[in-house]
Design a protein around this ligand. Structure first.
Ligand SMILES: O=P(O)(O)OC[C@H]1O[C@H](O[C@H]2O[C@H](CO)[C@@H](O)[C@H](O)[C@H]2O)[C@H](O)[C@@H](O)[C@@H]1O
Length: 287
């Protein structure tokens, strides 16, 4: 492995080393990645990572230049994957025609081939109770809480009324306990989802099995499991190159940054950061 860089000017930010003894300066890390670009996967979370946060989840679009840059990245490394709590159909709508692997609903659904979405079978029995709870949330929670029903999970948003946080969390936790669901916290949101052995960590652990290099860009608490998946692989395979990139924000930023190797100020900085890598990542010729 190349030596650790302690700091590196990048995108107007200083990239400061995190807890992992990896090549953490962007330049040296891109160079290490270029040496195995044909064996490298880049993972991206969606909201807060590739797209700026907004009050209305349906209105969210990717940050400027993200579509072009992610499309170009697919020609530079073996695989580019999105790992998100959004449904696959939503992710596909923001990246039409781009050859991405899409993992939606924390990996409960995946699209490896365009148009064919597969659901994680153990989650299916939860569809009825999740739909029921979405209706119940609309009836029982204050009107300022935005209920986002996503087929196998339901997100309860309180961004427009942060003072409702405790009320919403208490309601969600009570329903999770009563119905054997899992409550996942995020940025001004708590989500009820099936209590199955599938999250961003297990998705990433599975995908990296036949890769020797992976980058993960994330901003939220659900992304920490994915960071850990890279760390766990590195602990048993010291030659594995794993790079965790925290995309900053005032809500979950500190916790995510503490677990990361590199830090970017927000979604708008991601395309510029990736374009720098293109100088050393040659176009990948598929075998
Ligand atoms: O895994 P992700 O792609 O990061 O999805 C996490 C949640 O993202 C969305 O909510 C977040 O973004 C909204 C739009 O900017 C914002 O209003 C909200 O406060 C954020 O939590 C999405 O709506 C959720 O379903 C996802 O769980």
């Amino acid at each position: 492995m190349p030596p650790l860089e302690t700091a590196d000017e990048h995108c107007g930010q200083r990239a400061v080393p995190g807890e992992h003894e990896q090549p953490t300066g962007p330049a040296v890390t891109f160079t290490a990645t270029a040496a195995r670009a044909d064996d490298c996967v880049f993972f991206f979370d969606f909201d807060g990572t590739l797209a700026p946060i907004q009050a209305d989840p349906d209105a969210v679009q990717v940050a400027p230049d993200v579509l072009e840059t992610i499309t170009e990245l697919t020609t530079r490394v073996r695989r580019v994957s999105l790992v998100s709590a959004r449904p696959v159909d939503f992710l596909r709508s923001r990246f039409p025609g781009v050859p991405l692997t899409l993992h939606g609903l924390y990996g409960l659904e995946s699209q490896y081939v365009p148009g064919e979405t597969v659901t994680y079978p153990p989650a299916l029995p939860y569809a009825g109770i999740v739909a029921q709870l979405a209706e119940q949330a609309r009836r029982e929670l204050p009107g300022a809480v935005l209920v986002e029903f996503k087929r196998l999970s339901v997100a309860l948003h309180y961004r427009s009324a942060p003072e409702l946080r405790d009320t919403v969390h208490a309601w969600a936790q009570a329903q999770a306990d009563r119905h054997g669901l899992r409550a996942q916290e995020g940025r001004m949101v708590i989500e009820l989802k099936p209590a199955v052995a599938r999250d961003k960590g297990s998705v990433v652990a599975e995908e990296i099995e036949d890769f020797s290099c992976a980058w993960y860009f994330g901003d939220d608490l659900g992304d920490l499991a994915a960071f850990r998946a890279l760390s766990e692989r590195q602990s048993v395979d010291p030659d594995f190159l794993g790079v965790r990139v925290a995309v900053g924000n005032p809500e979950t930023g500190a916790e995510v940054a503490a677990a990361a190797d590199l830090h970017l100020p927000g979604p708008a900085a991601v395309p510029a950061f990736l374009r720098e890598s293109f100088a050393v990542l040659p176009r990948f010729q598929a075998p």
